[in-house]
Design a protein around this ligand. Sequence first.
Ligand code: UT7
Length: 326
Amino acid sequence: MTTIRSIVRGTGSYLPARVMSNLDFEGIIDTSDEWIRQRTGIARRHMAAAEDTTVSMGEAAARRALDAAGLVPDDIDLIILATATPDNTFPASSVQVQSRLGIEHGFAFDVQAVCSGFVYALTTADLYIRNGMARRALVIGSETFSRILDWTDRTTCVLFGDGAGAVVLEASEGAGTLEDEGILVSKLRSDGRHKEKLYVDGGPSTTGTVGKLRMEGREVFKHAVGMITDVIDDSFAAMGIGPEDIDWFVPHQANRRIIEASAKKLGIAPEKVVMTVEDHGNTSAASIPLALDRAVRDGRIGKGDLVLLEAMGGGFTWGATIVRWS
Ligand code: UT7
């Protein structure tokens, strides 16, 4: 039986020009290049300039994704932007991207699931497309975490970077089989009991301030691999496939050790893992579309490939999506 699938038409990304290396931290806080590399795999990260915001970077990534898709802004009727660092408390950053792109039809909204935001946003866009409420969607992950970091806290400020990535999804008729192109399965989870392990200590309804990121890194680490592998195993089971069927694993880029441990536990070969954490650090909701865009543009991910996306972050939230590339 034929069915509507959301296929990927194009990807794009934007990274601020300024790069901060691990060595740049050595004069600011008590840390070392060696500690950061060994514990996280991070070597450098991009930092927003004064004029770079979540909206401006999201717009830039979106324009590149549209170019890659061979489409113009007017072709888009849905924008979902995943971010934990919006330009304003409201209106949504997605609506501001919509206006910068000159789109006056359709609808746009933000998704807040911190580092899992892109997987949540992609899943949401897929549901709107499959229900016929949208035909072409821009799904964007854009973050300026540098603006919510406590630059005196060495346990967090070395971990994060800024940037944006985007994909264009389009409705397409599929045969209803696992050979179809497009998003084939998504699994989302959350468990709010873990709030205190990773949160921002401010907000409009509490302190009236933006606040700073706080994290018990060791506690997050302890839960990460189990949660990631559980939701991926559920996704494999839903499709009746195994790790050997996956061509590319594009995980959220928080820590090399978490990514490698997850791939090993799942039985995914190291050469199938797309790793950008060394160059980008943790860019929260932007990390997966940034990694996807790199692997598409350098020719690794191509038509017909089965691509596994996965994220875990504040909340906790976590999730996985499997998509056959088009
Ligand atoms: O994207 C959302 C999800 N977030 C994550 O996935 C992050 C998960 N957590 C992690 O990636 C790791 O837990 C960290 C990278 C944050 C920390 O690595 P760790 O191996 O868990 O280190 P730790 O927290 O156990 O700290 C070990 C030591 C501590 O010193 P003592 O208490 O042993 O004397 C820390 O104070 O390392 C110290 N330390 C540092 N030393 C130098 C913490 N941060 C630094 C630093 N430079 N930047």
